[in-house]
Design a protein around this ligand. Structure first.
Ligand SMILES: C[C@H](O)CC(=O)C(=O)O
Ligand SMILES: [Mn+2]
Length: 345
């Protein structure tokens, strides 16, 4: 693969996707320290919000240690060069949340929908574009859509005003060919001025390989997370991707040694559990399950004595998607009941 001379904008996820792995419990001091260090290492874009985006604080998704507004107001004034982005899922975040984020200094809004439901992003994408924000359409669980379907959905988002469209491997299910074919299809179908992005999860250990495949096929934005802090087995580890890009002659503008130090000295010590490919995280990738379901399934295992892996496999079989977190406990309860009926028969 020859990527010599390509330029990629890297986007760090550890203060947003990493919030899933932290059960949304990060202190303001931790956020500020990591964000300042990412900024100093040259990372151009940093995402900051609840793991499920603006307005995610709820019984369904979990209550964070601080509000989105508190995190954004603490972080943004401390940064010298990096722009801060906020994720927004229509139905969770509102146009008022978007206005609040812009007032805090957010420069990029990423409007996320399930990969076949782009039509629900119209109001939010139009509002963000009208406000002059860098506006991104973020198609989650993209492995569940064919390249043709993804093109159709991406065109909707582009039509509403998005200037960048993401193929998002929320389940960490895709293999490099799955990424190549989708990114190449988007690149060929969308306006040349519309950027293409890729967001990976490392559940099949494909984060780096998939991100490289995305760049080769035409992506100019790539998400990663310092030390991999993110849902499931985490996101594409950013410091590793920076080092690989440096070796391959891809320009990222990020200092390889400094980003290694941010990972090692600041992000790893934050982790509540090691972000690794245990059998449950691997099952997410293998069965194509939304990465942020991992901790819900582990909690159900602890509460009902059912295997988290069995729960995840069944969630994959049922084709569950983000927003159906409440089904995890229901399913575990049904499985526990079925097991006790079996045992008493
Ligand atoms: C709300 C999700 O965590 C968004 C995301 O990062 C993904 O789908 O992956
Ligand atoms: Mn993610």
């Amino acid at each position: 693969m020859n990527l010599q001379g390509k330029k990629v904008t890297l986007h760090d996820m550890c203060l947003r996707d990493g919030m899933h792995a932290k059960r949304h419990q990060m202190s303001l001091e931790q956020m500020v320290a990591v964000a300042k260090a990412l900024d100093a290492a040259g990372v151009p874009l940093i995402e900051v919000t609840h793991g499920d985006g603006l307005g995610g604080a709820s019984i369904n998704y979990g209550f964070p240690a601080h509000s989105d507004e508190d995190y954004l107001r603490a972080v943004i004034p401390q940064l010298k060069q990096a722009r801060v982005s906020a994720l927004l899922l229509p139905g969770i975040g509102t146009v008022d949340d978007l206005a609040m984020a812009q007032d805090c200094g957010v420069g990029t809004i990423r409007v996320a929908t399930h990969c076949t439901e782009a039509d629900v992003s119209e109001q939010h994408i139009k509002a963000a574009a009208k406000r002059g924000l860098d506006t991104v359409g973020f198609l989650m669980m993209s492995h569940m859509a064919s390249p043709e379907k993804l093109i159709e959905q991406a065109r909707l988002m582009q039509g509403y005003g998005a200037n960048c469209i993401y193929c998002t491997d929320s389940a960490g299910y895709m293999l490099p060919d799955d990424v190549s074919v989708r990114i190449a299809a988007l690149r060929a179908a969308l306006d040349p001025a519309t950027e293409i992005g890729f967001h990976g999860h490392h559940n099949m250990a494909m984060g780096i390989a998939n991100s490289l495949a995305a760049v080769e096929a035409g992506a100019s934005r790539v998400d990663g997370s310092c030390a991999g802090l993110g849902a499931g087995a985490g996101n594409t580890p950013l410091e590793v991707f920076v080092a690989v890009c440096a070796r391959m002659g891809v320009e990222t503008g990020v200092d390889t040694y400094r980003i290694m130090d941010v990972a090692e000295d600041l992000v790893v010590p934050l982790m509540d559990h090691p972000i690794r490919l245990d059998r449950d995280a691997l099952t997410l990738g293998f069965a194509g399950v939304y990465s942020s379901f991992l901790l819900f399934a582990k909690r159900a295992e602890a509460k009902y004595g059912v295997s988290a892996r069995d729960v995840l496999v069944e969630l994959g079989r049922r084709g569950t998607v983000g927003g159906q977190e409440d089904m995890i406990e229901d399913l575990a309860l049904d499985m526990a009941r079925a097991r006790s009926v079996e045992m008493s028969a």
